[in-house]
Every structure is written in C-alpha cells, then in structure tokens.
Design a protein around this ligand. Structure first.
Ligand SMILES: Cc1ncc(COP(=O)(O)O)c(C=O)c1O
Length: 404
C-alpha cells in the first residue's frame, strides 16, 4: 500500500518561521558554557518531532480557531477527548479504561508533581531509575523530596532493571513512590510484561505507590510489544497512577493535553483535589479537540511514523558502524530517541558535548542531564526527515573521526 504521509518534508522551524520552536530557536541558555550560534545548529534535542501532525488534528484545530470565540470551555470537550482516548487505549494497548478513571491535566510533569505532593511528605524518598528523563529528578527536588536512585543495569548498551536494588529501596519506609518510565526515555527499553510485573509487584508488596509515565507508549518498533502497567494485576492496579498523552505521538506537546488514569477511587479523588489546590489550569480550547481527533483518527499516522523513525535508526546505526565504530547506538525498542554511546572514543564527556555542539553543530540532549550513567552519552532525537539525519551524520563524522 502507498504511503499516506510525507515525513520527508522539511518544514522550517527556526526564527524566520515564526513558530517559536524551542528545539530550533532561543535555547542557548540550555547549554551554558558552550559557544555556538543556535541558527547554525541542527535541532535534535528536546522531544518533539519535525513532522506535521495528522491532517485530522490540524483540521480540528483550524475548525476550532475559525470559530473565533475562545471563551471558557465546557467539560463536554474533555469528555469527548476521554472517550476517544478510551477507544485508543482499547485498540492499541488492549486496555479497557472507563472514562471516569481519567483526569485531564495539561502535562505529565505536573501530574508527577501533584502525585509527589499528595502521596509523600517533604523529606520522603521517591525512587527513579537513572539514567532517566531528567524532570523526574527536578520534580523530586522541587518538592523537597529525596531522590532514591535504583540505577539501571547496562551491558553493551542494553539496559535492564535491578530488581534486588528496587526491593531494598522499596523496603525502606522512607521511600513512598516509584516513578517508572515505560517505555524508558532515554535508553529506549519497552519493558516486558514480566519486568513490569516484577517491578510493580515489589513496590506494591512494600506499600510503594507506582507512578507509570507512559507518554511514549505509542512509538513501538517492529517486534516489540508495549504493555501498560494498567493491565498487570488487580492488586497492582489499586496502587497505581498512569500518565498517558497524545503529545509525543502526534506532535502536539505545545497544545498541552494529557490524561492521568487512576483506577483506585480514593487515590483518584485525592489527586484531583491536589490538582485543584495547585490551581492547575483548565484546558485551553484547542487541547481537547486536538487530542480527540488524534485518538480517533491517528492509527495509520502512528503506524507509518514508527516505520519511518525505525528507518532513521537503521541509517544511523549503519553509518556509525561504517564510519565511527567507536560511537555506538542500539535501536530503541520504543521512542524516537537514540541513546548514543561515545565511551569507546575515550573522549571525556564535556569534550564530547563541545565537539557535538561547537564542531558538529548539532543540538542533542547531553547525557549528564539524565543523572548517573549519562556520562559519555548524548540523546539524539530521530523524529525528523531522513535528509536531516544524513546531514547530522556527516557533521558528526568530522570532529570524531580522529577518535575512531
Ligand atoms: C518520559 C517523559 N515524560 C514526560 C514528558 C513531558 O511531558 P509533558 O510535556 O506532558 O509534561 C516527556 C517529554 O519528553 C518524556 O519524555
């Protein structure tokens, strides 16, 4: 069958585009100490995509914009979004979720903050598994809680969970919450049902609440299977909060729409109350209509997108093998984020980052941002046209060939 979507199209997002994309404009302060002209860099860092959203999403936003009145929103809009999400969860993850288990919230990070505030006290520990999406640590610190790190185990670039470590941390009464990243950003693991069950079981048996961030649930490579923590067991379900969002999948992060699924009524009501206390805003008028259209009509978009991104991974992996063998990257099992390993070059982390930013002129996420285990790595965003990936690899070769 022919392709429906043109992911090869290069759409300018820099200053001249007027789109104010942080991936491509005004991000210098995120890389203090490095000298570069942001206009010359390829934006391959923060996790949004350089692809158009599904046409149905664009049409829904346009239709709403053309109405011309942007007054307060009826809850019916959020209800329609939730119904579409329930259909998506059932079709894509075989997960049946009644809409009254869902809470609308602008983003996953505010959900994490609310959960930490409501279900732990200042000074309590929150378990994460480094290297991991860095706002987890920021939220824990901002809420005056303590980071309890259960370091992932890495062997030849493949990561697994340290179940014994998790058990020890869960047994300590200081640790109240476990933030799981499923699939795991930045290492790209799509945790198996067995791994998830074991990890969640350990937490639940020790009275630790599980917060499962499943924002990357949809971009799953061929041969992999995504499991939501919501389908593990009834008992786990009663000590579980899950975050889902259409933002990564359909490139609508700037519209700020996500959903928290909380099967347990008491936990759900406490979280909802905490969101009110925190003054979390009502959705903007575009968020629910975009989310609804995405979940209703986005299936073929995601299928083609995943294939396209997988092809970008294959290209990079082959290129590195041939041209820069000391730089390695495994294909992510899920997510469009590549975890690129420079350790075999023998170059120290800060020097790697300056070669990438200043010489190769590519903006990537720096490995050190992801906590322990991040040194010697960068995270590269491969949700972009292949022509950009090709340029990036050519640029990378120049400063690193001396170390290969
Ligand atoms: C694992 C993970 N969680 C959450 C987010 C951000 O979520 P939000 O923008 O909804 O706060 C990201 C964005 O990259 C992410 O990778």
């Amino acid at each position: 069958m022919g392709k429906q979507y043109d992911f090869n199209q290069v759409i300018p997002r820099g200053t001249e585009s007027g789109s104010y994309s942080i991936k491509w404009q005004g991000y210098e302060s995120r890389f203090p100490g490095y000298k570069f002209d942001a206009r010359e860099l390829l934006g391959m860092w923060i996790a949004d995509m350089d692809f158009l959203c599904p046409p149905e999403v664009i049409a829904a936003v346009k239709k709403r914009a053309e109405h011309g009145i942007y007054g307060y929103l009826s809850p019916d809009a959020v209800e329609a979004f939730k119904r579409a999400a329930a259909g998506w969860f059932a079709r894509r993850y075989s997960y049946q979720v009644p809409t009254d288990w869902m809470l609308f919230i602008s983003g996953v990070v505010p959900s994490i903050n609310a959960a930490i505030q409501e279900f732990s006290a200042p000074g309590d520990g929150v378990i994460i598994q480094n290297p991991v999406y860095y706002p987890f640590s920021n939220s824990i610190i901002n809420c005056s809680r303590i980071i309890s790190n259960n370091q992932l185990i890495e062997v030849n670039g493949y990561y697994s969970m340290d179940f014994e470590g998790l058990e020890k941390l869960s047994q300590s009464s200081d640790n109240k919450i476990f933030i799981l990243c499923n699939p795991h950003n930045p290492v790209g693991r799509v945790w198996t049902r067995d791994e998830l069950y074991r990890a969640c079981r350990i937490c639940v048996d020790n009275g630790v609440l599980v917060f499962s961030d499943e924002i990357h649930a949809d971009l799953i490579m061929k041969g992999q299977k995504f499991t939501t923590a919501g389908t593990l067991s009834d008992e786990i379900t009663q000590k579980l909060i899950i975050s889902f969002a259409p933002s990564k999948t359909f490139n609508i992060a700037g519209l700020a729409a996500s959903l928290i699924v909380v099967p347990n009524k008491e936990i759900r009501e406490r979280l909802a109350q905490r969101m009110i206390i925190n003054n979390y805003p009502d959705p903007n008028v575009f968020a629910p209509v975009a989310g609804e259209a995405a979940y209703l009509y986005g299936d073929s978009y995601v299928d083609e997108l995943t294939e396209y991104v997988e092809n970008n991974f294959d290209y990079v992996i082959d290129y590195l093998k041939e041209n820069l063998p000391a730089v390695t990257m495994r294909k992510a099992e899920g997510t469009y984020l590549g975890w690129m390993d420079f350790r075999k070059t023998g170059v120290e982390s800060k020097e790697i980052y300056s070669l990438i930013l200043e010489k190769a002129k590519i903006a990537t996420d720096l490995g050190e941002w992801f906590g322990s285990g991040g040194d010697g790595f960068v995270r590269i965003n491969l949700a972009c046209p292949k022509s950009i990936v090709i340029i990036a690899m050519e640029r990378l070769k120049m400063p690193f060939k001396a170390f290969n």
